[in-house]
Each structure stands twice: as C-alpha cells, then as structure tokens.
Design a protein around this ligand. Sequence first.
Ligand SMILES: Nc1ncnc2c1ncn2[C@@H]1O[C@H](COP(=O)(O)OP(=O)(O)OP(=O)(O)O)[C@@H](O)[C@H]1O
Ligand SMILES: [Mg+2]
Length: 363
Amino acid sequence: MPIRQLDIQGVRNLAPLDITPSPLVNFIYGDNGSGKTSVLEAIHLLAAGKSFRSTQVRQVLSHERDRCEIRLRFQRDDETPERELYHLRLKNGDHLFRLDESLLSAQSQVAALLPVQVIEPNTFRLLSGTPEDRRQFLDWGVFHVEPAFIEEWRMFRQTLKQRNSALKQDQGDWLDVWNSGFIESAARIDQFRKAYLTLLVAEFRKTLASLDDSLDVNLNYYPGWDRESDLASVLERQKDRDIQLGFTQSGPHRAELRITVNRVPAAEVLSRGQQKTVVSALKLAQGIVFKQQTGTAPIYLVDDLASELDARHRLALCQVLEDLKCQVFITSIEKNQLMDGWAPADFKVFHVEHGQLQEETLA
Ligand SMILES: Nc1ncnc2c1ncn2[C@@H]1O[C@H](COP(=O)(O)OP(=O)(O)OP(=O)(O)O)[C@@H](O)[C@H]1O
Ligand SMILES: [Mg+2]
C-alpha cells in the first residue's frame, strides 16, 4: 500500500514539501524541533483524520497559514493504478477529503483506503490508558478485515442511543422494544471481535517472541457483559440500575481487551521499554493479520524509534517491519540510530532542518 508521492503544505513548521518516498523504508532524521514528527503527523491527518499528538487538529496548521493541504498518490499494489487522496483543512475547522476528483463524505472512507499504524513515544499508553483506547485498537483491526463491521457498529450505536434515551426518560416499557435489536447487534459485534482476536492473538505471540522472547503477555477479551450470563438476562438484572443511571451499563460499547502479565495489568509491572515492545508487537501483529486478510500491508509511521528501545530491540522491530514488506516512515534524531545494524533492501534517507526536508543521495 505504498505512498508514491507526498505533498504537504501548511503543516506546523514544515516548508512546503513534495517527495517521492521509497515504497519500503523511509528514514527521516534531524535535530529536536526540526519537523520530523510533523511529517508523520501530516500523513496521519489525511489517513486517520486526526493528529496522534494533539487532541485539537487546529494545532497542526502552521501558525503562518490559514490552511493546510496534504496530497498524496498511492497504490494498493503493483497491479492497481495510482490514485490521489487530498485533504484540505482551514483554521476555522472546515475541511474536506477527496479521492481523485470525487469528494468523500466520511473520513472513514479514507481510513479504509489508506490504513496506517503508528508507533511513537506515547504508544505505551495503549497499556496504561482507558479500556476505550484498547477497544479502539481492537476495532481498528475488525474494521479493516471485516467490511460489515462498520455498518453493524453504526446500527448498534443508534440503538444504544435510543435505549439510553428511554432509560433517561424512565420509560421502562420502551426498553423491551430496543432490547431485541440491541442484543442481536451485540452478538454480531461480539462474533466479529472474537473472530478477529483469534487471528490477532496467534500473530501477537509470534511477533512478541521475535521482539523479546523473555516476555510472557496475555490478551484477554471481555465482551462488555458478564461472560457467564447471556446479555438478555444481564440487561434484565441491571434494568433498575440502568434506569437510575440513565445509561446502559453492559454491552459491546463496554468491551475490553485486557493485557496482562501473570494476571496483573501489563502497565503495572512492565518497564517502559518492555511496554513499548509489547505495544509494538500488538501493532505489528495487526499489520500482519491485515496483510493475511487483504493481501497488502498497512503503512507504518514509527516516530522516534530510539525512544525507550535499546539497539537490540530497535533492530528486532525493524526486522519485523522489513519482513512485512510494508512502507514505513521512521524518524530518529541521529542517523546512526536508524542505520545501525540494519540494511533494508530498498530505502531512502531524508534529512530535516528547520522545517526543510531534503532527500539525501546515497553513495
Ligand atoms: N502550528 C505550528 N506552526 C508552526 N510551527 C509549529 C507549530 N506547532 C509546532 N511548531 C514547531 O514545529 C517544530 C517541529 O516540531 P516537530 O515536533 O515536528 O519536531 P521533531 O523534529 O519531531 O522534534 P523532536 O526530535 O524533538 O521530536 C517545532 O519547532 C515546533 O515548535
Ligand atoms: Mg518528534
């Protein structure tokens, strides 16, 4: 799924740039504050519709411009023609996404075309963050390998909203109307997630072993309600409390992926470097499953590769990326932290200085 050409304007401190990346490995290095993360952020803004560092997308726009524009040409694989994706965002929040000449109505259409995975210094937060963070991680995978999932999830959210509104208005009788749809939809979502997780767990174990064979980490899926009971009886049991609270306590919106070491949450026992390794293994495993299911790999954005990882773990991570034959953009402060011990088959090196990105010619 390589990006063939990338054109960025009006993002943070970056001077307008137009590059032809390698379809495999792209190294970006430069001093602190030079603009490395901003390059990855621009790709992510188009592909995922948000920044991975600021909650306010507005912050990504250059202080000196009233708009940012990101345009790229990508190719699903060698057999398919190149297509163009374009994103325009104004300071006032207005924005649009375009595929070739057609406007796209939803960002999820871009996400489906250009799947990206991010590994960055705050990546370990997947372990220490909220259940929702891990649910979103899980659903990224389900969304990309099961086309029916997004529509099912949309319908479920709608039913949940109606059920919650009936609860808030204390209309207990109406609950039965919503319950059957809620339960059926919950069962389908649960099936999608379980089927995906079976694939993910197998790849996660292999990937983690290749990054660090001393770590023994378990993934446990919790559907969002007491596993010993069926959802109908859980809803019945919780009905009075649901009415008191004004929302539905149990259901797939409360699903959770528990990540543990000896039954203790991984975030509470693992070192920062070990946490980064585990989360990297999870994200790499998602890419591997994605490739098995779709025939093409997602694009990896690896920001500040060296943070928290020693040379051995860095090399192991790069090796998995190389084996996946995906396009990857990796940043680092020092050039030798990237090249040290790793010589991928096809790569380009870019240097960033004060927002100016230059491709280096390789000797
Ligand atoms: N909206 C903005 N407009 C202009 N410049 C900005 C904006 N937001 C941040 N900057 C500046 O852009 C520069 C690039 O930041 P970026 O995080 O991309 O650097 P980096 O190369 O990743 O640095 P580090 O090695 O410290 O991670 C910084 O100097 C930052 O102060
Ligand atoms: Mg950075």
